[in-house]
Design a binder for this molecule. Structure first.
Ligand code: RIB
Ligand code: CA
Length: 310
């Protein structure tokens, strides 16, 4: 059983990732920590509660974290996710509570109580909570088994600017702290996530499950995919965040390289770029396993099978 903390800014794709994690007995979700990103913090926490309630998991502890990047103004993505951040099916107002403890304190306290290298952190949004915890309590680093995050891009370049992926762009200083932490990092960048498109055939198989969960997932992807389909002219949109959970469950469907990845924090033009030394030309020390490819059909096979269990 892998002990994980999901740090998230739901977000339709975050929602599917959370459902995939809750449907997988290999994973013990110790808590869900919310961060400002796709939409402001009050909405990401509300959405996380709606998602857990939809999954019948009111036992999951949900925490509110940082409501803005470490040193910059928050940039959100309502243009992709809608004004609620979870546009699609109308879900009832949640009854499950939001925990009183701040997400960063939860992360620190949980890690301090753990064994060395015991807990995997799964950031699905800007890295503000993770970086704040590492800065406030450097002693927790040894307790982290891996940080498996969705963020960055190399061959796919940017999705919010010509050179930056959204999660990194929102808080590049936080990303720099995480990427320089020396912690075992696995990065699921756009290079991988752009290969798991919500094609009609794949979504029809999920729809055929004919469950409330499947209906919710389809309503979210129907809404979420229009932005990318208009922009890229693709058949479907990338289902970014579930790639993090799929990696935990079936790492061998992903391929990548252990390389140096550094974050641009100074240039206005390329702020938030993940400078991935894919070809090993920089001589800089490798610090991350950066995924470049994924077996998309295997990914959707896994996702559909697990959603059928919820
Ligand atoms: O760039 C894609 C990432 O930004 C995903 O995590 C999506 O949810 C948004 O947060
Ligand atoms: Ca996200």
């Amino acid at each position: 059983m892998q002990k994980i903390i999901i740090d998230t800014d739901p977000g339709q794709d975050d929602a599917v990732a959370i459902l995939l994690a809750l449907a997988s007995p290999e994973l013990q979700v110790l808590g869900i920590t919310c961060v400002a990103g796709n939409v402001p913090l009050p909405l990401t926490t509300l959405n996380a509660r709606k998602i857990c309630e939809l999954a019948g998991r009111t036992d999951i502890e949900i925490f509110a974290g940082c409501d803005a990047p470490i040193k910059r103004k928050l940039i959100t993505a309502e243009h992709v996710h809608g004004k609620t951040g979870l546009d699609g099916i109308e879900l009832p107002a949640p009854t499950m509570p939001l925990q009183d403890q701040h997400a960063v304190d939860f992360i620190i306290e949980t890690l301090r109580a753990a064994q060395d290298h015991e807990i995997t952190l799964c950031p699905l949004g800007p890295l503000t909570n993770i970086a704040t915890a590492l800065t406030r309590a450097p002693d927790i680093a040894i307790k982290i088994k891996q940080i498996v995050l969705m963020g960055g891009a190399y061959f796919e370049v940017g999705n919010i600017t010509p050179t930056a992926e959204f999660n990194i762009y929102v808080d590049p200083e936080a990303a720099e702290i995480v990427f320089k932490s020396g912690i075992d990092l696995v990065v699921l960048p756009l290079d991988a996530t752009h290969k798991v498109l919500t094609t009609r055939a794949r979504m029809d198989r999920i729809k055929a499950l004919n469950t409330q969960i499947a209906q919710a997932v389809i309503s979210w992807t129907d809404f979420f995919e229009r932005f990318d389909m208009e922009k890229y002219g693709s058949d479907g949109a990338p289902l970014h965040d579930p790639c993090v959970i799929a990696y935990l469950l079936q790492p061998d469907i992903f391929t990548g390289r252990y390389i140096n990845v550094e974050i641009e924090t100074q240039s206005q033009l390329t702020l938030g770029m993940t400078v991935a030394d894919w070809w090993g030309v920089s001589g800089r020390k490798a610090n991350a396993t950066f995924m470049g490819d994924v077996r998309a059909d295997a990914f959707y096979e896994l996702l559909t099978q697990r959603l059928s269990q919820l």
